[in-house]
Design a protein around this ligand. Sequence first.
Ligand code: FAD
Length: 519
Amino acid sequence: MQDAVRRIVVVGGGTAGWITASLIAAEHVESARRPEVVLVESPDIPIIGVGEGTWPSMRMTLQKIGLPEAELLRQCEASFKQGTRFTAWARQGDDSRYVHPFSLPAEYATLNLAEHWLATDGTVPFADYVTPQAAVIEAGLAPKQPATPEYAFNVNYGYHFDAGRFAQLLHRHAVGRLGVRYVSGNLRQVESRPDGDIAAIVLDTGERLAGELFVDCTGQRALLIGRHPEADLVSVKDILFNDAAIAVQVPYTDPGQPLPSVTCATAVAAGWIWDIGLQTRRGVGHVYSSAHSSDEAAAAALRDYIARVSPRTDLERLSFRRIPFEPGYRRRFWVGNCVAVGLSGGFIEPLEASALALIEQAATLISRQLPVNRATMTVVAKRFNEKMAYHWERVVEFLKLHYVLSQRDDSEYWRACRDPASCPASLRDKLLLWQQQAPWHDDAPRVDELFPSASYQYVLYGMGFRPAFPAARGAAAGRDRERVARALEANAEKARQMRKLLPTNRELLESLAPMRGVA
Ligand SMILES: Cc1cc2nc3c(=O)[nH]c(=O)nc-3n(C[C@H](O)[C@H](O)[C@H](O)COP(=O)(O)OP(=O)(O)OC[C@H]3O[C@@H](n4cnc5c(N)ncnc54)[C@H](O)[C@@H]3O)c2cc1C
């Protein structure tokens, strides 16, 4: 075949580059038409080094590339993440909080427990009503027992990990076990063919790398995809205002202190603060809108938070790092023989940790539908562009849900976030519909949705949304009465059992990763 895809050149060695290279190599390792996968990385430009929270999809990705979970736990400071705890989003104050757990509500495939919860007085929080995972999270317990096989669980989980170490682990795995070729060098020149496709890239070392498919994983620089005018950035700054973050690593002041197995997301005057517990430190950061806060005020808000939740921390010894970003995504992600994965394809604030999940989705599609030649590449590219545009639109919508339902009125930022004019029309429509029915399968119809409709339920009812039309309140209360009672009793029994059986998050990590922190 004259234009067969024989070599794939991935430019960039951050999480996006290594996940993409690994998934392609793993998918085709035994195939007769095994393409060569080359990953090029600058020795001078560091990876972004943040991105510490994942979705449960990461378990599937790591299994797919054959990476033992023990290596992740031992080498990446990793801990188990069972969801996100939101504080002060609906209203100011620590008493306004809810969890978005990763487990689906009980019997979700055929029973919409949300409709039954709506018929109650709401004293039991929605997440506690529908899943035992809320109780597991609240008790600081792990998602499984020490003897549970790798990647299996009692309740669904993803990870928190050190992003820099994770990229290093993937590097070793991809090169050592999957046959990915690693080239160190700075991209200096892109050679084009007459049809606009990339023929080769040239590095500052003088090395010229020709290929049939080029994956742009160069992060915010977007060195390959950024050359295409049709792949310009679709800004979403008019919907989601946050455009900067300040990140800091905070050592534990007490080595035995409890390790929550959720990301803690606390809303503040001009944004929110993430707090992630790794094995020997926390990753903390403030995401904010530069139109509503100065950098100094944002840094002060972050310091106040750390001083409040961890009073023995020596703030003077911490190193704060500011990361600006333009919230948005590419109009097209795949142009010609160049496809963007990771930050080069776009970035929106890390609420709900969608970025790594999008990378997994993108890399999975590329690896599974890897074009054999240039003609099929056009078809795959079209699909890829449609799919990624769909996912990004859903991400924007889902993240906006966290803001638009807030009752906070304490700052210009929150008033702007709540303004219905800043809400995408698609979300406005859904919110209208949810006045008469609880979200369910029709609200997230694709098999590969990033956020299942259950996620919309957790946020919607956690934020205090109640349907206006009385018919919706307990419309189904009379139906399935016995089945619902059985489901609730089973949830309560599972919660009791798990409280007895499950170790704390820290206990489980200490049993599985005695060499933690060793790279
Ligand atoms: C503040 C913040 C918090 C985040 N939190 C989360 C989170 O909790 N969960 C989540 O899922 N995501 C999160 N993300 C997103 C996540 O960090 C990224 O999606 C992920 O790390 C992928 O980055 P990347 O590989 O695309 O880019 P990078 O890590 O920036 O890697 C770029 C690579 O390109 C290489 N490169 C650049 N220029 C050249 C050149 N000229 N020649 C050769 N190589 C070059 C660099 O050397 C590097 O290897 C967060 C992002 C930010 C900004």
